[in-house]
Design a protein around this ligand. Sequence first.
Ligand code: XMP
Length: 184
Amino acid sequence: MSAHPFHLGPVLVGRRHIAAAVRRVAEGILDDLHAEAGGGELTVVSVLNGALVFTADLVRHLDVPLRIETVRARSYRGDATTPGDLALRMEDVGALAGRHVLLVDDILDTGRTMHRLRAEIRQRGPASVRIAVLLDKPARRAVEIEADHVGLEIPDVFVVGYGLDHEERFRNLPDIHELRGDGA
Ligand code: XMP
C-alpha cells in the first residue's frame, strides 16, 4: 500500500482559464458594488485555507477601498474526500456593521460552509452579504444556497490545486487538477 492512496490526475482547469474566471468574478463584484445605493465599503471575508490563492488574485482586480478579513473553516472528513462536521473559527473578524461583505471561498460543494458562515455574518449587521466562489459543484448541493458570483461550474469530481488541497497537499499548484484514487 502506498503512503497516499490518491494521486494527481489530469488538469481540469488550466491557469489561463482560472485567470479569466477570476477576472469575470471581479467584474461582477464591481458591477454589484457600483449599483449599490447608500455607500458602505467592502470587506472581503476569505475562507482559509482553501480561498487563500483565489482571494490573493481576486482582490488585485478590485480597485476599490476594501478590507480583508479571514475565517478558518475545517470540515472533518468521514473519509478522504467526503466532508463531515464543520468547525468555523471567526473570532478575529473585525466590525462588519454597515459594510458590504463579500464571502470568498474556493469551491461551493455541499454548501454547508457558506450557509453557516453567511448566517453568522448576517448577525453582525452588514449592509449586504454576497458570495463569490471560484468553483461551483451544483450536483453536490445539500443545503439551499447559491453564490452570487461563480468563476466556473465543474462536475462532481474532487479537485486540487490553486489553493485546493487533499490532506494539505497540492495547494501550491498553479492549475486545478482532478484527484484520482489508486487504480484510476
Ligand atoms: P461545502 O461542502 O461546505 O464545502 O460547500 C466547502 C469546502 O469543502 C472543501 N471541498 C473541496 N476541497 N477539492 C478540495 O480540495 C474539492 O473538490 C472540494 N470539494 C469541497 C473545500 O475546502 C471547501 O471550502
